[in-house]
Design a protein around this ligand. Sequence first.
Ligand code: HC0
Ligand code: SF4
Length: 581
Amino acid sequence: EVKIIIDGKEVHVAKGSTVLDAAKKIGVDIPTLCHLDLHDTKMVNQAASCRVCVVEVEGRRNLAPSCATPVVEGMVVKTNTIRVMEARKTVLELLVSDHPKECLSCAKAGDCELQDLTELCGLRGDSISGTAMSTYKKDITPSLIRDMDKCVLCRRCETMCNKVQEVGALSGINRGFNAVVSSAFELPMAETVCTHCGQCVAVCPTGALTEMNHTWKVVEALADPTKTVIVQTAPAVRVALGEEFGNEPGSIVTGKMVSALKAIGFDHVFDTDFTADLTILEEGTELLERLENFLEGKEGPSLPILTSCCPAWVNFVESQFHELIDIPSTARSPQQMFGSVAKTYFADKLGIKREDLVVVSVMPCLAKKFEASREEFAVDGNPDVDLVMSTRELADLIKQMNIDMEELEESEFDNPLGMSTGAGVIFGTTGGVIEAAVRTAYEVRTKKPLPKIDFEELRGFDGVRVASVAMDDVVLNIGIAHGLGNAKALLTEIRDGNPRNIHAVEVMACPGGCIGGAGQPYHHGDSSILMKRQAAIYQVDKNMPIRKSHENPAIAEIYEKFLGKPLSEKAHHLLHTHYHM
Ligand code: HC0
Ligand code: SF4
């Protein structure tokens, strides 16, 4: 331990801590901009480039960036001298002089860290001078919008893309006023290895990286009297949406969310958890078939099998792991299974044409926007899922429509596509998809009830986890990775000989799984928020009357009335896919 004094207060911290860590410990808020440090994850940005966090250290001539200055025994630090405040202001004035003054219409308005800082530091009128030159064209993909005129070179996106996700789509280019973080050769993102995971958006402090917004298109669809508009909500949305309305992280707002969606005017409010259960029936059956092939050395697809519901993960495998392209399950994601079932089974039930049914998703994810736009998930040009809103976009729409979340009563999802189990909801956290699959695979294979529903060995927050699950005579070795960098390590191990003999792998591209998706309320660098959302997911599961996908009566019904059985020809046609190289 090291003792230092900050603004006259004594603090004891571990050796190796920074002045910023020490200040946090005693509640002294040093403003930061480029800094990012989600403890227990690889999400650490050590650029120390912005110099917003400078402090005065007694005995040193120059101001020191607190995020990069290690504590030394007896150090005396001041965070609020005139010299510090002036330096901070000058840094901000410089940043702002070259920044577009679009704050009224910027997608990030209200959530912009640069805006917060200029307000905090008292930049007013005359101090905000300079006319920013527009140097860059906006780059638009189905998932995100890059507006590099608003880049402040904090390099958080670069850290996320290169160090955490290990995708390598972004890096610093050019010099001087033209310096930005961009793709190699400044190619449009759609032409790069970008997976659309959106983690760069999740950490961008300004409006340089934002999501492709579908909210207004949803409003227009709702106002069109010729359309029936239905909505599905992803598992992880219900444990994060409340944060946008001042609830504690980890608050479960399922019932109010459903009421809000009804108040917005959706004709039917359904649940992606229903098709998560359906995914388990398809993917679980596929797992058992491939296990038989594996055990008996038969022809055909064998093990290992990879889960395929995370669209950024699918993009990653397609662009960076060609040699493993035959391993992912062919099951479509729950979002796409929902779209497919809605535009066939449910449209038939309503007696309307698919063109007159608009399917909207609310997702914690930005890659889901890309996934919905893939050609293979459309019929004659009409997509299975028409529009995808992020959790943040839904929160904005609720506010814009003057709906009071506090006041709303709770209500239930509609049927038949709204009935789900605890297995469906745990899809929203790392480890959940494979736990849901194991719950079903175990009972189907052994024909015995599970002695214990909770598979604690598959849970947790470590980036790569490996655990074994016994199903009578066979032991399945299961690998779990979250964050694409971790997935890369696990996949590389499997490709290069699979020394741990892993049979089934779950990957979620975002740290934490969907709870940490790039469409969720901004975590502003606080990893405890992700942990609380994860705990809430398991709580929702615990509270459910049914916790195994194969016991969902609505799933039994859709097989009986429409699909036949898992992996039937119809199921293959509507619920499975193929991958591109
Ligand atoms: Fe997920 Fe999903 S669990 S990817 O994390 O599988 O986005 O929440 O909706 O589709 O169900 C996201 C979350 C989903 C899908 C489901 C899966
Ligand atoms: Fe990298 Fe993901 Fe951003 Fe694409 S969306 S640039 S893969 S961090």
